[in-house]
Design a protein around this ligand. Structure first.
Ligand code: XLS
Ligand code: MG
Length: 384
């Protein structure tokens, strides 16, 4: 299989997380299409993709790798536990394929115990449990040499404003994130270059407490003890588009604030609930995606592009659950290279024309490999 070039422009490393490859393609109105596969099988698919030159890194939630039992929150510390053995087996597979770990994140969304949130759960016992699950995720991330610890806002939000303790929620959130930072420092886990916040505006019903990149930066600067430790990983186009934000502006803003850690990358129909289309797939988003990479290039930002999307439900093949997942990884890699290639075409001036309309049209012509001269020549020919 041909290697796919990627290391042009802003992208230094491509990461494909466990949760994207393992995803069984259920949605609120339809059950899973693919059988769930074991984390070792996912690791094997990722390792194969790395050998084929499609990705260089991965990421995971704790639960993507090993199950969590609230009665044994420190099982990973016992080298003879099933958890430790499984983690080591996965690590060996990834190491042998040369895959590094971009970020470790804690699943505070899946387990029914967290149905009223994780770090902002109104029950202090559940908040404590959430913090201990964060600690375990941080330890797992350390084992894999993860560069970041990520907090995705997940179910920390509200469905009923009247039932929300507005005086407390942001203090709880700050307490939880400060705790994550302190734990990393106390344990002297030097693999972590920092923590990231991944904002998201809503889930099918709830509003989330950190809806956009702007909210996340404001929270980091004003409410957290160590603002320098924290930055943001926006999910583009998805999460910002859900709130009708523009991804180009989001990355430019985050770079200006020195808060862009890495990208979560996929595609999205504006104002819909999280589509998680693969990059460039679906009915819209091409222009925004290309201009987003173009902006990053002009700003001189370089970093990890992490896919965060799912294959189309129509492409889930229950009879070939591994093959269709391989295809999905390859499509993501192709889409990223395609977007970078198109963004590279925009580098050629002239761009800043007196007319903004002309600037936009010329930029898009450069993108599509069409020149004004060809269009005018064709028009002249038709007249004759
Ligand atoms: C969901 C999020 C999630 C995070 C990882 O919408 O994108 O997948 O990125 O916790
Ligand atoms: Mg994401």
């Amino acid at each position: 299989m041909k290697r796919i070039p990627f290391n042009t422009g802003p992208c230094t490393l491509r990461s494909m997380p466990f949760w994207c490859v393992g995803n069984p393609l259920g949605d609120p109105f339809g059950s899973a299409i693919l059988p769930k596969i074991d984390s070792l099988e996912v690791a094997q698919l990722l390792a194969d993709a790395a050998r084929q030159g499609l990705i260089e890194a991965t990421s995971f939630h704790d639960d993507d790798l090993v199950p969590w039992n609230p009665d044994h929150p420190n099982d990973d510390l016992d080298p003879s536990s099933e958890t430790s053995k499984k983690l080591e087996a996965i690590r060996t597979l990834l190491d042998r394929a040369g895959l590094s770990t971009n970020t470790a994140t804690c699943s505070l969304h899946g387990h029914p115990l967290f149905r009223r949130g994780g770090l902002t759960n109104p029950d202090p016992a559940i908040r404590r449990l959430a913090r201990s699950k964060v600690e375990r995720s941080i330890r797992i991330g350390h084992r894999f040499g993860a560069r970041y610890f990520t907090y995705w806002v997940a179910r920390d939000g509200f469905e009923v404003p009247a039932a929300t303790d507005w005086k407390a929620v942001y203090a709880w959130l700050a307490e939880g994130l400060n705790h994550a930072h302190d734990y990393i420092r106390r344990q002297r886990f030097r693999n972590y270059v920092g923590g990231t916040i991944e904002p998201k505006p809503n889930e099918p019903r709830g509003h989330m407490f950190l809806p956009t990149a702007g909210h996340a930066v404001g929270f980091i600067q004003s409410c957290l003890k160590t603002p320098d430790f924290w930055s943001v990983n926006p999910e583009l186009l998805q999460h910002e588009s859900m709130a009708l934000m523009n991804g180009v502006l989001t990355v430019a803003y985050l770079v200006a604030c020195n808060k862009l850690a890495f990208l979560h990358f996929g595609s999205q129909i504006k104002a819909q609930f999280d589509n998680d289309f693969p990059p460039l797939v679906g009915p819209e988003g091409l222009k925004e995606t290309v201009f987003l990479f173009h902006a990053l290039d002009r700003l001189g930002w370089k970093g990890v592009v992490e896919f965060d999307c799912h294959m189309l439900r129509t492409e889930g093949d229950p009879d070939h659950p591994l093959e269709c997942r391989r295809g999905f990884i390859r499509h993501c890699a192709i889409a990223l290279s395609f977007a970078l290639e198109l963004a590279g075409r925009l580098r050629t001036p002239p761009f800043i024309h007196e007319s903004e309309t002309e600037t936009d049209l010329l930029a898009q012509m450069a993108l599509c490999g069409v020149s004004l001269r060809t269009i005018e020549a064709r028009a002249r020919k038709q007249k004759r």
